[in-house]
Design a protein around this ligand. Sequence first.
Ligand SMILES: Nc1ncnc2c1ncn2[C@@H]1O[C@H](COP(=O)(O)OP(=O)(O)O)[C@@H](O)[C@H]1O
Ligand SMILES: [Mg+2]
Length: 308
Amino acid sequence: MEIYNGWLIVNSYYNPAKFHALYKVLEESAQKAGLRFSKWTSDQRPTVIGSKAKEPMPAFVLFWDKDIQLAHAMELSGLRLFNSAEAITLADDKIETALKLAAAGIPIPDTIPAPTCFPGCRRNPASAEEAARLLGWPLVIKENKGSFGQQVYLANNKAEAERILIHIGEHDCLFQRFIAPSKGRDIRVNVVGGKVVCAMERRAGSPVEFRSNIGAGGSATVYQLSPLEEKLAIDAANALGLDFAGVDILIGREDNERYVCEVNSNPQLQSTIDTCGINPATNIMWHIRSSIKNTAAPVATVPDPVTE
Ligand SMILES: Nc1ncnc2c1ncn2[C@@H]1O[C@H](COP(=O)(O)OP(=O)(O)O)[C@@H](O)[C@H]1O
Ligand SMILES: [Mg+2]
């Protein structure tokens, strides 16, 4: 078996303990697929825009960060990124995602970009009221960039919307129709290389909570996708050009009423491993291997692992 060397790029500043457990899972999964990587925080790999990467170049970069400027600079220097800089850019911004998915004909909850707010200006709740005229109350308000449900809010009326908008301040945000039957529940689908690996249904930790993120106190059970849900998840990952993705699907009233809520370019894997007993990192590593093997040079060859 040929061995390929790569880099794992992680964020310089945000590195909670659960991320270290994830990096370990990634590393162990990589080894099984004949991939080795050295881990770098983004500040340890400064990249001059327009420069060529130094030899020996890694065969792949597993880019587990949302630093899209660095990702684009690395690609320009000749490195092969998983996910690609463009795909991370599209997935990390919920308006970019909505534009791309809608253009591809993929159902999303009705979404309105909130007016841009410059530093020093104050947001006007009239924008939420106008949006609610089209989308109804309660109104979902989300910062364009956010994770773990932390930047997702629900406003029942104009006064609540005003408080939320003042809290959001100058960060870009959006208004979205609340998919009521999905209150406190959604489906997380892991897609790798255009195929579904596994799925789980997530439920919020409390009856008053509308967000089903595990990080916000939710729990999960294994979920059997319908053919429509499976196609939706694959189409969403493909529309954004993601090699691997965690796709969140909201549940409408009818069986055929499903919406892509958001698509994650570097999803947390532990809850999937615990719930489904399947490790998507294994699929990610074999996908990377098959994507690079015809173009990258291996660093070593070792005997194939003995399999039963
Ligand atoms: N339009 C919506 N209608 C109903 N529930 C929603 C809607 N948007 C988000 N949610 C709930 O909030 C959670 C977090 O929203 P999401 O857009 O996935 O942001 P994050 O990136 O923080 O996970 C979702 O998993 C879902 O449970
Ligand atoms: Mg989500």
